[in-house]
Design a protein. Sequence first.
Length: 562
Amino acid sequence: MATGDTKAVLAAGAAGDGAALTGDGSHLFVEQHGDTDTRLELWSLETAEIEAELVIAGLPALVAVDPTGSRVAVADYDRAVRIWDFTSGDLVAQIDLPMQPSEIHLATGGEAVGIVHGRAGVTLWNVARPRQPLLETFVDGNWQIVFSPSGARVLAGRSAAGFRLYSTADGRLAGPPISVGGPAGPGGMLAFSTDEKMIFAGSPQGVSRFWRTTDIPQFGNGEAAVANHAFWSPAADQVTLALPAAGGIVIGDPEGHVHVFPAGAGAAEIESRSDELSYFGHTAKVVQLAADKMGSLVASAAADNSIRVWNTSDGQPYAWVARLEGDAVADMAFSPDGSVLAVLRGSVLSLLNVGDGATVADFDLGTLHRSQAFAADGTLYIGSEHGVLRQVKKASDGVWTVRQLWRGPNAIRRLAASPRGNFLVLVDDAGLGSLFNLAEGNIGEQTLELPRPVEEIAFGSSNSRAMFRTARWVHRVSLSANGLHWNDSVFAPMPLQGAGIVFGTGDTARRAYLPAERNGVVELVELAFPGSSQPGLFGNREELLDEWRARLAYSGVLSFID
């Protein structure tokens, strides 16, 4: 680099299949694709000779080498990543993934693997413990994962919600969210400084930010870095659910358990459950939870597509286990009376009897569906990738049938029914929120365009008010005959995986809460909308004044307490 003179020529052949410098700049990593196999070569820039070579069968989907060139990771099309020792050619570990990876990254030394699963999420794995991820989170977004130069730290997250710093050794959270800045989108830059004291984050819109890294907390008093069985950690890699009316917290753990806690359970109570191994609800990790309307039942789905239902009063499961074939479970919903559980997985909808787990009905819808909502005990609505809104209805003879109600221009991403079951709120792939009047069978004229993808639509007891949650904001929206009307917004905490908005009861019925990690435990954090702690009328002040002046036939001064 000092003189520009040629130092060496590497006889790597037609290395156009793939060639790149290792992270430390000492070697060239080359992929040579043949008719029946792929040869991976590691060339020394000092000696201009091959130092290591590995031949694998077929054409791999993805290949990554660690910055020192000591280990190489190969992803095939069987949703598995295999890590090899480059020098000896020995297979070190095989990691079986919940879904096909789109990117794989090895930390320095090859002791940890970071994996991006398209827009679905990210996972972090310790190569020495390949059966259980250190971190696993799945929410739609532009996901990235970046290791620090030493491999001790890793940044993982999505542009819409920010990135979090974790310890590579055990997946512990090591810092607050780091924002890229600017509108969320793909193509953002993330990088550590050489000394790992700074992080650079840049957006495609030209916004650049520099962040100081935080120290990774150290364990004391002989505490082990990784417990034998820990069902929840501040890294929030276990699915968590708050029960309706803020009646409790439900946590699904990697060993297949489902635990029910009272709201506000402290660290000691949570830690005391870590050794509870008396009953396995599932034989695989719990990946989804859903509660019924009253909060007395919780459905759990595991990574092996097994389904269970739990009674929240005593924390015990029903006797049955349903095992569903095909795609992974995408969504679950209870009917209002809690007698039927609807399970969406890809293009298939299954209706299960909650009492015994028997399949009430099965529909192959022919196209991907992601969201569903019961408007009544025998009436379910589902939205498709092709923008089709369908109704699944139970007839008087007990037979369930499907019919198409409406079709929009974009894929339906989120769907929710109002408490009285007379309105549906839809959000499409373009971020457009609409109100569907079920009685009239049409869409309201007033729509709502949101700047970020909607992750949840929540209703409290009010039939005229809904909340739209994006990655970092919650918007309050009013419903009327002509559509949706935005009212106000509040900055929201980063929710736990799978967590959704719940509402209080009695005097706190107007207050909304979101489960989040605080001080190492789960807390219900209030969404502090202006005036949310006081009773009042919902709507635009001037419009309300005009309306009530007319109703009261009052010509004097009329005012309301905001």
